[in-house]
Ligand binder design. Structure first.
Ligand code: BDR
Ligand code: CA
Length: 310
């Protein structure tokens, strides 16, 4: 059982990633860390606590983290994609019973990484601000973390917030540029692969037929998410499983083919802020390479996800 921390900005696909991880015996979810992104950090924390309670996993602690990017300029959330509450209205104004633990998200990451050198996997599916703060706070951190999976970026395909930038990177480009250059052992799960993992709306009836509170909650939230996808891409008929794929490749790394590449992020520029690109000319001592997912066995991953999530 691999110990994992999920770093989330919960969000509908973040919620699916939490459920997938909580139901997968190959991984041990030792904590959920939260930050701003799709919603505010307070909402991401509330949503994560609520989802864990729905899953019967109140034993998993939640740690709140960054409320804004490193630059301090937070101007927008993604409520048009994830709903006012971040979960497509599926919470129906319910509130979790529990509350966040006392450490901050970066403190928890550092504490856990140090307590099990080489063992811990961190799965980051929001902006990279918590990770950047953990690295800054402890010079040992990059050496003791086992593996970091990052959902973010679009190395070979267009972005989803601008023609160049993917949402998680665009929310904090400075943090992403810093983390990619830090020497952390990173596997990047970007739009290059996640846009190929479409969950069709036709599958939601299977969840409704199961009749549990969790299965209805998942179906309601996902319906909202697919409506948002339809607004941007009429006729698409489904939604991408961005954050679940980051969990999936920890469970089964053969879901994706990767290539080792030095990756950089545009942190300024009139049109390209948040763009991720492979800098093939970078010298090895100038920029560490990271593993970039470029192909995905989408059918096999989707079948696995659906067999586990509810
Ligand atoms: C990423 O952005 C967020 O809206 C999703 O939760 C996912 O992490 C996809 O670009
Ligand atoms: Ca997310």
């Amino acid at each position: 059982m691999k110990p994992i921390i999920l770093d989330v900005d919960t969000g509908i696909d973040d919620m699916m990633a939490i459920a997938y991880a909580a139901h997968s015996p190959e991984v041990k979810l030792i904590g959920v860390t939260t930050l701003f992104g799709n919603v505010t950090v307070e909402e991401a924390t509330r949503n994560s606590l609520y989802v864990l309670e729905l899953l019967g996993r109140e034993d998993v602690p939640v740690y709140a983290g960054a409320e804004e990017p490193l630059s301090g300029n937070k101007d927008a959330y993604a409520k048009h994609v994830h709903g006012e509450d971040g979960l497509g209205g599926a919470m129906r104004d319910a509130l979790p019973k529990g509350q966040a633990a006392s450490l901050t998200a970066p403190q928890f990451m550092v504490e856990q990484a140090r307590s099990m050198p080489g063992q811990l996997t961190i799965i980051s599916v929001g902006p990279m601000t918590n990770l950047a703060k953990a690295i800054r706070s402890d010079p040992e951190f990059v050496r003791v973390v086992g593996q970091v999976i990052i959902m973010g970026g679009a190395v070979t395909v267009p972005g989803n917030v601008t023609p160049y930038a993917e949402a998680n990177i665009h929310s904090d480009p400075e943090a992403a540029e810093f983390v990619f250059g830090s020497g952390l052992p990173i596997k990047l799960v970007g739009l290059d692969v996640t846009m190929k993992t479409l969950l069709p709306r036709t599958r939601l009836q299977e969840w409704r037929d199961q009749g549990s509170k969790l299965s209805h909650f998942l179906a309601d939230a996902t319906d909202f998410y697919i409506d948002a996808y339809e607004t941007f891409s009429p006729g698409i008929g489904g939604c991408a499983l961005h954050d679940p794929l980051a969990v999936g490749i920890v469970i089964d790394p053969t879901f994706c083919r990767t290539e080792s590449l030095p990756v950089r992020v545009d942190t300024e520029g009139m049109h390209t802020v948040g763009r991720t690109y492979a800098d093939r000319n970078a010298l090895p001592n100038e920029r560490p390479s990271i593993e970039v997912c470029l192909e995905v066995d989408a059918d096999r991953f989707l079948a696995h996800f659906l067999s586990r999530v509810v």
